[in-house]
Design a protein around this ligand. Structure first.
Ligand SMILES: Nc1nc2c(ncn2[C@@H]2O[C@H](COP(=O)(O)OP(=O)(O)OP(=O)(O)O)[C@@H](O)[C@H]2O)c(=O)[nH]1
Ligand SMILES: [Mg+2]
Length: 215
């Protein structure tokens, strides 16, 4: 791996709670390059962000649906071959979980509007890391997201998180079947990453997927 994420340099910039606020932010920040993490609530977006970008950055919750805002961070890369920092600063977006069953109609409306605005504004600028649960991928909300993102041009990657919870042979067989379904459905790389935020599995693969896109 030529590039690594400088974990101590990841900085929380701000939380965004509405489409209007997002449009204002985008006007003030036209030059964006980075990555977003999207997935169902509780799938481990914030945990994986902590594992990839450094501790104590994304807020990890025990209550599903806690990240209701788009949390924006900046991050920096180190070029190991040249032994120096890359000049650019990149952006990381921790998106609020989609398909949160307990969300009110009003919350869902705000989320939909904010996400449509987000993905319109960020087209071609950022990579999408779509996190799904390794034990239960391709839930209705995941399929809805895959359809939704298909209308925009994005490079992306599906990451199946919590793979540490897959223990029995039967679960492994199900996972293999779901993986091949995902490969045919997702608009992106045929590669599916199996990861665990708590066991630090596939962190380097995720870093590589991000830096390949950025540089
Ligand atoms: N076993 C296991 N647990 C995990 C893993 N990743 C996250 N968790 C746990 O899953 C719960 C939810 O994690 P979060 O990182 O807050 O999930 P999130 O996707 O950011 O959730 P929202 O912000 O609500 O959308 C926490 O209790 C984590 O400790 C993993 O790889 N393996
Ligand atoms: Mg979160």
């Amino acid at each position: 791996m030529q590039y690594e994420i400088i974990k101590t340099a990841t900085t929380f910039l701000m939380g965004i709670a509405s489409a209007e606020q997002l449009m204002g932010w985008a006007l003030a920040n036209p030059k964006v390059s980075g990555v977003c993490f999207a997935g169902r609530s509780n799938v481990g977006k914030s945990s994986l962000i902590n594992a990839v970008f450094g501790r104590a950055n994304a807020r990890v919750s025990n209550t599903p649906g806690r990240t209701r805002e788009i949390n924006i961070f900046s991050f920096e890369l180190f070029d190991k071959e040249k032994a120096k920092k890359i000049d650019n600063k990149f952006l990381l977006f921790d998106l609020p979980g989609y398909g949160f069953a307990k969300a009110s109609k009003e919350q869902s409306r705000i989320w939909n509007q904010m996400m449509a605005t987000f993905f319109e504004l960020m087209e071609n600028k950022i990579k999408v890391i779509n996190l799904q649960d390794a034990r239960h991928p391709l839930q209705k909300a995941d399929l809805d997201f895959i359809n939704f993102i298909g209308q925009y041009r994005y490079q992306g990657e599906v990451v199946l998180n919590k793979v540490d919870k897959i223990k029995t042979q039967a679960e492994k067989v199900i996972l293999a079947k779901e993986q091949s379904k995902l490969k045919s459905l997702a608009h992106w790389d045929s590669k599916i990453i199996l990861a665990s935020a708590t066991k630090n599995l596939a962190i380097n693969e995720i870093v590589e997927s991000i830096t390949d896109f950025l540089i």
